[in-house]
Design a protein around this ligand. Structure first.
Ligand SMILES: O=C(O)CCC(=O)C(=O)O
Ligand SMILES: [Fe+2]
Length: 253
């Protein structure tokens, strides 16, 4: 009788853990809210859905980050695609119909075009830590994809937090891959990078600074906006999950 009870309890525990581990809670965002987001992206450069992730889901993602950073000896590490973050919950988010619908609708309502059906997300998890974390910061760029959705997983709550810096909506969607490449070359050179870095703390030319909170979901037009992240202190961890959608030139980089 005693033995049966223990076995039953153990099974029950296992079953319950299994259920909570599998079920990522993804909100259904109404169309009116998406229109509000689009207006924010166009007007101030970024939009935010506060507390998009449930605390338990965020904790699971944070545990994944903690062990990944430990494995990399507290240095920068990143993961591409859902398979590399399998079990963290970020893979489930990328596959979630509600999340996909949100991004497709944001794209469609923001651009007036039909969302490309064949493209999936270009998904990245970036974990900044140590000296290499600092080297992977302050690199201003345009993304190759129109929509950038960003979920901060872990942000230091003191010192340098790794704010997102942005000059929003600085270019239109280029017709050709060549003109897109020209924009990128004009930005990705030592002189432009030096000028942009020198502008960060000026009164006149400073970028929009976004202090991000873990579990919120942020959007911006990554293709159209010059952006980067500030470094965080080397002894801290700053982790962001990025979901890029819709490459107008069909080439990833
Ligand atoms: O980690 C961030 O805050 C931004 C990273 C980014 O812009 C990118 O990976 O394209
Ligand atoms: Fe980016």
């Amino acid at each position: 009788m005693g033995a049966t009870q223990i076995t039953y309890e153990a099974l029950n525990n296992f079953y319950l853990k299994g259920v909570t581990a599998m079920e990522l809670c993804v909100p259904d965002v109404p169309v009116g809210e998406i229109d509000r987001l689009v207006a924010e992206l166009n007007d101030k450069g970024f939009g935010c859905i506060p507390n998009y992730l449930q605390p338990k889901d965020l904790q699971r993602m944070q545990s994944f980050v903690t062990s990944a950073v430990q494995r990399s000896n507290n240095e920068y590490v990143h993961f591409n695609g859902p398979d590399e973050v399998s079990g963290s919950g970020l893979d489930e988010l990328a596959h979630s119909p509600r999340f996909k619908k949100l991004i497709y609708e944001l794209y469609e309502r923001g651009t007036g075009k039909k969302a490309p059906e064949q493209q999936s997300f270009y998904q990245v998890l970036r974990c900044l830590s140590g000296q290499s974390g600092q080297k992977n910061s302050m690199i201003f760029h345009y993304d190759s994809y129109i929509v950038t959705a960003l979920v901060p997983i872990q942000i230091p709550n003191s010192g340098m937090a790794g704010d997102l810096l942005m000059y929003p909506n600085k270019r239109t969607v280029r017709k050709t891959y060549l003109s897109n490449a020209v924009d990128k070359v004009l930005l990705d050179n030592p002189l432009s990078q030096r000028l942009l870095r020198a502008s960060v703390n000026t009164k006149r030319f400073s970028p929009t600074r976004i202090k991000m909170l873990p579990g919120h979901l942020y959007f911006f037009w990554g293709y159209r906006s010059i952006h980067t992240n500030e470094p965080c202190d080397a002894d801290k961890v700053r982790a962001t999950a990025l979901f890029h959608f819709a490459n107008p030139h069909g080439k990833a980089n």
